[in-house]
Design a protein around this ligand. Sequence first.
Ligand SMILES: Cc1ncc(COP(=O)(O)OP(=O)(O)O)c(N)n1
Ligand SMILES: Cc1nc(C(=O)O)sc1CCOP(=O)(O)O
Ligand SMILES: [Mg+2]
Length: 206
Amino acid sequence: MIKGLYAITDACLLPPDQLPGAVEQALRGGVRLLQYRDKEPGDARRLEQALHLKRLCDRYSVPLLINDDLALAKACQAAGVHLGQGDLKLQQARAELGPDALIGITCHDSLELAREAQQGGASYVAFGRFFHSHTKPDAPPAPLDLLLRARSQLHLPLVAIGGITVDNAAQVISRGADAIAVIHDLFSSRDIEQRARDLNRIFDRF
Ligand SMILES: Cc1ncc(COP(=O)(O)OP(=O)(O)O)c(N)n1
Ligand SMILES: Cc1nc(C(=O)O)sc1CCOP(=O)(O)O
Ligand SMILES: [Mg+2]
């Protein structure tokens, strides 16, 4: 289930009037998971957008995850949440969302954090950033070979994030990433649908 292109939305790249259209193009291009990530204030706007994305994702049978915000995930009946090390604890999210929810955990460059997340019942672990990221330039870097070690030591799906593009995605997929989480290279593209197709197609080579 956690396999292929994992698209993440961004409030700067996608203002409210462009968000649904851009996401639908990505879904048409074969995105396998979608994360709604919006750190701007405005609970009512965020709820409205998340509900809209949930309807779109349902049409394409794609799970919607919500970044950081458990209450929003519950309110829009999302498939799950993505949590960082400074966010809500995995155990609380699992207890509130139930055993079937998708819960992803950011592990930066740490196999120890990943083992902890695996033991705690995470659905996937995310490592990164692997390349320069336009969206989050200050995210701590992670070495590509971390994925090889993670692949041999963990049984959970591995998500790679941070500066992933059509030109470098093969480097993380060939080292064991099950999914690539992408913001800028997808949503800044002039043809989002085609870019989604191109990013997904890289998995066929491995
Ligand atoms: C798939 C995926 N991986 C990592 C992150 C980053 O989460 P976090 O460290 O909590 O940072 P913010 O996204 O909240 O800024 C993610 N969102 N998704
Ligand atoms: C949200 C996020 N988290 C990261 C991490 O390393 O934890 S990198 C990142 C931004 C990903 O966007 P882009 O594909 O534009 O680089
Ligand atoms: Mg977070």
